[in-house]
Design a protein around this ligand. Structure first.
Ligand SMILES: C[S@@+](CC[C@H](N)C(=O)[O-])C[C@H]1O[C@@H](n2cnc3c(N)ncnc32)[C@H](O)[C@@H]1O
Length: 151
């Protein structure tokens, strides 16, 4: 699900839902697993998001999410991408500290079981155009956060 129709058109999943992650259009305890990719930093209120996720998870269900790491945002690494016309766009990102994320999860009734950080030059080594400069400048910086929590 996503609130952006062009983003939904990029995927071929059988069921695509247009809606806000802050008010999930699903019944209580509808899912065994909730997966969220690179979206938490767009949440206006992390507590509301965690509470919504916990609401739609069954007891014992799993939340798995990734996000742009708050340390990367704090270090000034922009969350940007190029469109097909080679124009660069920078996406606003809210920095929620990892400790604050854990607190919000706990307040929503979720237990954080695993936290993983993807660091530039370590877990992330993929090459792309001009990646030499990127790896030199940001070496060791945690760029992506991955969290698994259980209800
Ligand atoms: C970086 S993209 C990630 C897309 C996809 N989850 C993935 O992993 O490839 C972030 C997505 O979050 C969506 N988004 C931001 N705020 C949202 C909200 N309040 N409700 C639903 N989707 C939202 C944006 O439209 C965008 O598609």
């Amino acid at each position: 699900m996503d609130f952006c129709v062009p983003m939904l058109r990029q995927v071929s999943a059988a069921a695509r839902v247009c809606g806000s992650m802050m008010h999930l259009p699903f019944a209580d305890e509808a899912f065994d697993v909730v997966i969220s990719g690179l979206a938490l930093g767009h949440a206006a209120n992390i507590r509301t998001w965690m509470t919504e996720v916990a609401r739609v998870l069954k007891a014992g269900g799993t939340l798995l999410y990734s996000d742009f790491h708050p340390e990367a945002a704090r270090a000034g690494l922009p969350r940007s991408f190029k469109d097909r016309n080679d124009r660069t766009w920078t996406v606003p990102h809210r920095e929620y500290d990892v400790a604050f994320q854990k607190e919000a999860a706990s307040a929503a009734g979720l237990v954080v079981e695993v936290v993983r950080e993807v660091r530039v030059g370590f877990e992330l080594q993929e090459l792309f155009p001009n990646s030499d400069a990127f790896y030199r400048r940001w070496n060791g910086l945690p760029i992506v956060l991955v969290v698994r929590a259980r209800k």
